[in-house]
Design a binder for this molecule. Structure first.
Ligand SMILES: Cc1ncc(COP(=O)(O)O)c(C=O)c1O
Length: 392
């Protein structure tokens, strides 16, 4: 295995010289990160030179040892001084022993490599984005072909890939979940689902689950069942109520209470299998009962399939394990085939009607862009051996 590299910090960022005593102490205990120096200020010429240097790195086929070591040092400095030094303290791959940094460089299938050539087995799957593996050749090829033709949408003409992927998902999704809207992150999908539910039901409230995870923008954070992510940002959306995951009776009791006191609930938002909470599978009758209860109380059942969707649990969508059709379904992560950011929320033609009189009531500049949709189309069945597209 190649040796870890230790390289000096960029000169213009050095906070102060280290004494011999400092260095001796560091051997025993990782030094605390240096205080942020006042930015020394690069000239405009230096900034342009720096961007040229990085471009040559991006476009290089091979990097010599010196350049690789410099990338390690620069990445540490850049995270420390310009991005967020908290990552250096938090990530084990950066701080282990205080002595080396693993800088991600390439990946293929179930492996990735750092810039010094160390190989890692990918046991994390990029939090669920790599269901097709890293750098899947068919998906990469589709994106490259589209990239050379038209990278992003003009915003004026109709782009065919958005329609094509909408059709594929509309045909794949359970029941009559036929219509969809594309965006880029899981949290965007949840935001859209919440707005759609409010628009359709004309009610404000939501029920979600303790330890549930739906994203970190304001709407989705309001549904977050983990105090550690919410507290600093309170007050979040009002009218959100939490029940234990896996207990359909708790949802029913919350809805009964809401009805009795006149609180209007638009939807119940639940992950089919809780992901962040630790892969928690609910009892078999949970989803069928949620479906029945939501229908009886006239509230929308919203399935957050951001993590479980696109085959992650052995079915295309996890709700299919229980034969349940939600009213709104959110997708993300693996939808872009591990190559492009892509997410979506889907619903029935009946519910979708409220978005049609003014389609710009909910829109996004980059949502449904041709690169994302090309990736999504290829990711529907990445290992399709009958495909007439030859892999690289
Ligand atoms: C179930 C679920 N919903 C939503 C999200 C938010 O997705 P993103 O981080 O892409 O915004 C996540 C992310 O882990 C998730 O697991």
């Amino acid at each position: 295995m190649p040796k870890a590299v230790v390289v000096p910090m960029k000169n213009h960022l050095k906070p102060h010289a280290k004494s011999k005593g400092d260095r001796a102490r560091r051997r025993h205990k990782p030094a605390p990160p240096p205080a942020l120096p006042v930015r020394t200020g690069m000239s405009k010429r230096k900034i342009i030179e720096e961007s040229r240097r990085w471009l040559s790195i991006i476009n290089a086929h091979k990097l010599n040892e010196y350049k690789r070591r410099k990338i390690v040092a620069d990445t540490l400095d850049n995270f420390r001084f310009y991005y967020n030094k908290g990552y250096l303290e938090y990530r084990k791959s950066v701080t282990e022993g205080g002595e080396f940094a693993a800088i991600e460089w390439s990946g293929r299938g179930s492996y990735f490599e750092d810039i010094t050539g160390r190989r890692f087995i990918d046991c994390l799957g990029g939090y669920g984005i790599y269901s097709a593996g890293i750098n899947h050749p068919k998906i990469v090829r589709a994106v490259k072909s589209q990239l050379e033709r038209m990278p992003l949408s003009s915003q004026e003409l109709l782009d065919p890939l958005r329609g094509a992927l909408a059709e594929l998902l509309g045909e794949l999704a359970p029941g009559d979940l036929q219509c969809c809207f594309f965006i880029n992150n899981g949290t965007d999908a949840i935001e859209g689902a919440m707005k759609l539910a409010r628009l359709y039901t004309k009610k404000p409230g939501f029920i979600s689950c303790v330890r549930g995870f739906h994203g970190k923008s304001y709407g989705s954070l309001s549904l977050m069942g983990k105090g550690e992510y919410r507290l600093a940002f309170e007050p979040l959306l009002q009218d959100t109520y939490f029940v234990p995951f896996g207990e359909a009776d708790a949802v029913e009791s919350e809805l009964r209470k809401a009805e009795a006191v006149g609180m209007a609930i638009a939807g119940v938002v639940v992950e089919p299998i809780q992901g962040e909470a630790g892969a928690i599978v609910p009892p078999d009758d949970y989803w069928p009962r949620l479906r029945e209860i939501c229908t009886r109380y006239g509230v929308l059942l919203i399935a957050d399939e951001v993590q479980t969707g696109m085959g992650r649990t052995g079915k295309m969508f996890a709700v299919e394990h229980w034969g349940v059709q939600p009213d709104i379904m959110c997708l993300g992560k693996a939808l872009g085939g591990g190559v492009m950011p892509l997410s979506a929320f889907m619903s029935t033609p009946e519910i979708w009607k409220v978005l049609e009189p003014n389609p710009f009531i909910h829109s996004s500049t980059f949502g449904g862009n041709p690169l994302g949709c090309a990736a999504g189309i290829a990711a529907v069945k990445p290992n399709d051996t009958r495909s007439d597209i030859r892999d690289r």
